[in-house]
Design a protein around this ligand. Structure first.
Ligand code: KIV
Length: 275
C-alpha cells in the first residue's frame, strides 16, 4: 500500500517508527521499496554520491527532476520526497512554489524537502497552501555549509538548542508534515520529538526521533570519500563490487569470459556459407 503523509501522521500517533533511505535511480528505488521502507528521499546528497561534487551547492533543479523521475517509477509504495536544491527556494516564495511544483509535476514526487527553520517558513506555508506536502530539515543543513563553517554538530549550546527547538515548532506551524533533524545531540532531538506533533526523522540525531534516514551508499559501504560518525554500515558492497570488477577485468583479459553459456549459437552450415 502507498505510504502517504497520513502514514506519517498515524506513525506519530501510534508511536511507531518511520524508515527512510535515499535513492537516486529506478533499480535502487525498487529494491528499497520492496524491502518495505516507508519513504525514499531523493536527496541533494546526489551531488556527493552520484555526481562527485564535494558538497550539495552545485545541484540543480534539472538534476533533481531527472533523478526524482527515475525514483518515482521504482517507488510503488514508498513516499517519494524530493529535495529542493540550493537557491531553488531561498530566493523567493514565488520561486519556492514554482520549483516545488516542478518536482511534483515533472518528477512525480509525493512531497518536497527544504532546509532551514523560521527563515523559510513563508516558503513552507506557500508550498503547503499549493497542495504540496513539505518535509523540513533543521540542524546541520548541508546547503549552508559555507555559513556553518563545515559539517559540525548543531545545537550544543543553550542558545543554539533553543533556536533549534523554536525552528522545529515554526516549521510545524508553517505546515510541514515532517522534519529531518541532522547532526544534533540525541537529548535535544528527543526533546524536539516530544514537543512536536509531526514526525521527526533523525540522521545523526539519536534514537529518540520518530524515524531515521541514511544515504544508501553510506549504509551499504559503497561511498568512501567520507563517512560521518552516525552512519552504520549494514553491508560492505563497495568491497564486493571492486572484487567483482577485478574478476571481470581478469576474465575479459584472459578470455575466460564470455563462456559458452553466455554466447548465442547458429547453425554451422549457415556460417560456413559466408567463408
Ligand atoms: O540530501 C540528503 O540525502 C539529505 C539527507 C542527508 C537527510 O538531506
Amino acid at each position: 500500500m502507498k505510504n502517504t503523509v497520513l502514514t506519517f501522521a498515524k506513525a506519530k500517533k501510534e508511536k511507531t517508527k518511520v524508515s527512510m533511505l535515499t535513492a537516486y535511480d529506478y533499480s535502487t528505488a525498487k529494491l528499497i521499496n520492496d524491502a518495505g521502507i516507508n519513504s525514499i528521499l531523493v536527496g541533494d546528497s546526489l551531488g556527493n554520491v552520484m555526481l562527485g561534487y564535494e558538497d550539495t551547492i552545485s545541484v540543480t533543479m534539472e538534476d533533481m527532476i531527472h533523478h526524482t523521475k527515475a525514483v518515482s517509477r521504482g517507488a510503488k509504495d514508498a513516499l517519494v520526497v524530493a529535495d529542493m536544491p540550493f537557491m531553488s527556494y531561498q530566493t523567493s516564495v514565488y520561486d519556492a512554489v514554482v520549483n516545488a511544483g516542478r518536482l511534483m509535476k515533472e518528477g512525480r514526487a509525493n512531497a518536497v524537502k527544504l532546509e532551514g527553520g523560521r527563515e523559510v517558513c513563508p516558503q513552507i506555508k506557500a508550498i503547503v497552501e499549493a497542495g504540496i506536502p513539505v518535509c523540513a530539515h533543521i540542524g546541520l543543513t548541508p546547503q549552508s555549509i559555507n555559513a556553518l563553517g563545515g559539517n559540525k554538530v548543531q545545537g550544543k549550546t543553550e542558545a543554539a538548542a533553543r533556536k533549534l527547538l523554536e525552528d522545529a515548532l515554526a516549521v510545524q506551524e508553517a505546515g510541514a508534515f515532517a522534519v529531518v533533524i541532522e547532526a544534533v545531540p540525541e537529548k535535544l532531538a528527543a526533546l524536539i520529538t516530544e514537543k512536536l506533533d509531526i514526525v521527526t526523522i533523525g540522521i545523526g540525531a539519536g534514537n529518540g526521533c520518530d524515524g531515521q534516514v541514511l544515504v544508501y551508499q553510506d549504509m551499504l559501504g559503497m561511498f568512501s570519500d567520507f563517512t560521518p560518525r552516525f552512519v552504520k554500515k549494514y553491508a560492505s558492497l563497495g568491497e564486493l563490487m571492486t572484487a567483482a570488477f577485478q574478476q571481470y577485468d581478469e576474465e575479459v583479459k584472459s578470455a575466460a569470459f564470455p563462456a559458452a553459456e553466455h554466447t548465442y549459437k547458429m547453425d554451422d552450415d549457415v556460417i560456413e556459407k559466408l567463408y
